[in-house]
Ligand binder design. Structure first.
Ligand code: NAI
Length: 264
């Protein structure tokens, strides 16, 4: 599953240099979608600040893209503020915030079984973190009069899933609503805010879920019109578009990159 996928034509497409001189903060940059996006935005010319709770993978990501690593837990207001301050102090601006760090649902995430502590933990990492990152990024963007915020939600926020992931789905629904609200509030200040809704992506997070419940992969595949899972590079290509001026009229939207699941 980790080999190059010949159907991932995004990985082979020529890369434009749309982000020269822009500074991008990426949370969860050590793995999966965050790592692929760090590579993509750096290839497009951005200065990339890679944040992760995992020091080893986060540092490796920053080294790989010639960027800066910041060890940050996205649930900590102080650490999130320090993250965006470091980006601004190091590169002189905060142009792009890809608020992407997240965790998968707890085992058996049905409303009948998920306890309050597990529920709260998922809201904290997947939703409160996005609130904290937007709050920390906005003052820099408002002072600059421009910025693009991309918050990672999920296709599951748009549709019910029989796989029972109540805490996860609710957290991602909150990300959609918050992104819309902020996109509307700050549009006149030159700041666009969009929610990114990937379908299932071949990353460690998904592989961990499927390892626990192998039949889940087959159940998921049935519903994907393209007949396969996404590669992280395909999601990164969408983030690069949302981060760049090519998406200048795309705001406050649920940006689906889901292989057609939600349209089926
Ligand atoms: P991943 O597990 O490969 O990477 C997540 C990264 O976030 C890891 O490097 C991890 O160390 C970091 N992280 C976790 N908690 C953190 C915290 N408290 N502070 C800082 N960093 C933290 O996951 P993947 O698949 O790349 O997911 C990224 C985002 O995409 C998540 O928000 C996930 O919910 C979302 N997503 C993933 C899909 C998939 O199928 N893989 C589908 C739709 C959405």
């Amino acid at each position: 599953m980790t080999q190059a996928n010949p159907e991932d034509t995004a990985a082979a497409a020529p890369v434009c240099r749309r982000l020269i001189g822009r500074t991008a903060v990426i949370t969860g940059a050590g793995s999966g979608i965050g790592l692929a996006t760090a590579r993509r935005l750096a290839d497009e010319g951005a200065h990339v600040v890679c944040a992760d709770l995992d020091e080893r993978t986060g540092k490796a990501a920053a080294e790989a893209v010639g960027g800066t690593f910041v060890h940050a837990d996205v649930t900590s207001p102080e650490q999130v503020e320090a993250l965006f301050r470091t980006a601004n102090d190091t590169y002189g601006s905060v142009d792009i915030a890809f608020n992407n760090a997240g965790i998968s649902p707890p085992d058996d995430d049905s409303i009948l079984t998920t306890g309050l502590e597990a529920w709260k933990r998922v809201q904290e990492v997947n939703l409160t973190s996005v609130y904290l990152c937007c709050k920390a990024a906005l003052p820099y963007m408002r002072a600059q009069g421009r910025g693009s915020i991309i918050n990672t939600a999920s296709f599951v926020a748009r549709m019910g899933a029989a796989t029972s992931q109540i805490s996860y789905t609710a957290s991602k629904g909150g990300v959609l609503a918050m992104s819309r609200e902020l996109g509307v509030q700050f549009a006149r200040e030159g700041i666009r805010v969009n929610a990114l809704c990937p379908g299932p992506v071949n990353t460690p997070l998904l592989r961990e879920l499927f390892a626990k419940d192998p039949e889940r992969a087959a159940r998921r595949l049935v519903h994907i019109p393209l007949g396969r899972f996404a590669e992280a590079t395909e999601i990164a290509a969408a983030v690069a578009f949302l981060a760049s001026d090519d998406s200048s009229f795309v705001n406050a939207t649920d940006f689906l990159v889901d292989g057609g699941i939600s349209g089926a």
